[in-house]
Design a protein around this ligand. Sequence first.
Ligand code: DGJ
Length: 754
Amino acid sequence: MAIVRDDSTGLITISTQNTSYQMKIDSIGSLIHTHYGAPIGESDMSPQLFRMIRGFSSNPNETGFTDRAYSLDVLPQEYSCFGTGDYRITSLAVRYENGAKASRLKVQDCEILPGKYGIEGLPAVYGDDNEAQTLKVTLKDEETDLGVELFYGVFSDYDVITRSARIINNSDTTITLEKAASLNFDLPSGSWDWITFYGRHAQERCLSRASVRHGIEAIGSVRGISSHHYNPFSVLCEPTATETAGSCYGFALVYSGEHLMEVERDSIDQTRLVCGIHPDNFSWILKPGESFNTPEVIMTYSHDGLGQMSRNFHRIMRERLCRGPWKHRRRPVLINNWEATYFDFTGQKLLEIADEAESLGIELFVLDDGWFGVRNDDDKGLGDWFPNEEKLGMTMQELTRKITDKGLLFGIWFEPEAISEDSDLYRAHPDWAISIPGRKPAIDRRQLVLDYTREDVRDYIKTCLLKMLDENPISYIKWDMNRSISDKFSHGLDAKHQGEFAHRFVCGLYDVLETIYERHPEVLIEGCSGGGGRFDAGMLYYTPQIWTSDNTDAYDRLRIQYGTSFGYPLSAMGAHVSAVPNHQTGRVVPMHTRGVVAMAGTFGYELDITKLDEGDKAEIREQIKTFHRYYDLIQYGEYYRLSAPEDYCTVWEVAAIDKKEALVSAVYHGIPAYPPAVRVPVFGLDPTANYQIDILDLDEKYAKDYEKLTWQSTHIINGIVMSGAALEHGGITVPPPFFDGIAWQIFIHRLEDG
Ligand code: DGJ
């Protein structure tokens, strides 16, 4: 049993394979958090909570005269409330009809349910009765009849616990939620580092690690989307935690909108993390009988460092968050025309690219921005989702037929939430664009955003998309969103409900995505928001892959994909080989290396392949063969970060679950002259088995240089046999760089006869 409840003590212990989570209903009905970490069996951890009388830490009224050491201000809790004596960052702030803003929750009930709970209208991890259990704890504020249901989804085999809360107004008056977080997590002792992922357009998910200091720190988004700027994912870990050792807690919010993750280290060195919807743009009215569901948080704990924590996230997101036929279907190698042509194309040009793509072994042709309305640059046309046949020089049906006749799949770009002021849609429905009456809205990429809180707007967009899907053989959609949302206001909401706008927008987006998914589950949707501006667990429920960044430079991608890998699987990361000099950085990186970097994701190309020389074309054919050969390993293998991209050689590994093979990839970038050797451990293999090492693409040309250098370095690993133990504990030395920017792929496979 993953969840055990002892009614005599009030103890509830959740066990997963390698973790325990424990809470206790104490003598006055508070739900106290007692442990999350390595397994503890069912030992009651509550006596370990240090108690003493603390000045200015209020006591609940019922203990104030009998037990002055009892204070919600210091006790670790499962869901903290504002206004009744816990002065730390809070999970729940409710404004009642009389103007007061104070709640106090006590446990009413506790149920253990088979399977994983779902959340109406919101994405969530799923699991059947055989693999998941749900703990539901019902709490109540006795004075106001406010109800809170806390949900814990337990996936023992995944070492994952999910959390969500439902706030219910059981009273006969209207209340307003001013904050309703998804999770409160208290660590009663220890020093912790907080790892977060900041960024900007074309530089997403840069890792930031710092010790949690006294006070409050926060990351979040008020941009309407989860944002390039702060990903809704973070880690609390021991200051000494590394990739392979130390306690790490990871939190991924399953939400694509405005979020807030706060951490507080209080005056007695306790650490609290609260995360959920950002309260700045949020106030939600609950009439009597109404309820509000918070988004979900996926949590995992690893005793063995950041690597294992990431692998737990990869597995649960890949297997129990992504859905539909494309979850396990081989994702096609694609060619996207964006960096090849930008807006400047004709149907004929697209067909030339498609011709070349077919001959190179590419499987999916993606037509990016510019095929609709009057859209020859980025200041008009959004919303007019009608093919521009004059520009194409043919109908969309002709184009798609010609492309699919070549044996390619066809995919197309939409930006379904966007509207240009210079569009027929805007001229017909100016009130469908988000703006505040009497105020000219801020413009971003010269565009506005459709008001997805409105059903009529969503219905219109659904009709446009479904019509395109019904009339054309479309196998793939790139779902883009190219601005932050400002001037939030809906003509469909009255003044009192404008505080609901930001969350209703996200629910509206999920509604449109769900409709498309339900009607066309066979269509692969790739999420995108100016690259990775909405790379979050919420989107993965609808779009099993997401364009990681508009930055396709291979060196920059090493860092962006490294940061992204902390929370998200390789199968989610759109990664393409693009032209050199790179359009974002001007850097020239060898074609082979661009391929190695892009293979650590959902693989594709984004350059004018009609202009390549025969050498590059041959290299592309090889890359596609390599990608197919190692597809399962890359997409489903266990991922290890072997070195960080700060240094001059970035190395990562994928190891097969059955331990039969592993692929180590290494990229040299910015080497110093005569660099020191790069020795890395190879993880995830059977220590007692023997493995052969094969360096891929060690062709004649490379072999010559390689021999010269190996002679110099007396280092030869190609073809040698090592045990799994030697590979892990001794490690392998990455072949030397005979020029900057070289990449190596090292395939390690088990010798069956030992
Ligand atoms: C932003 C995306 O990230 C790009 O890949 C491309 O699709 C452009 N939008 C098109 O406008």
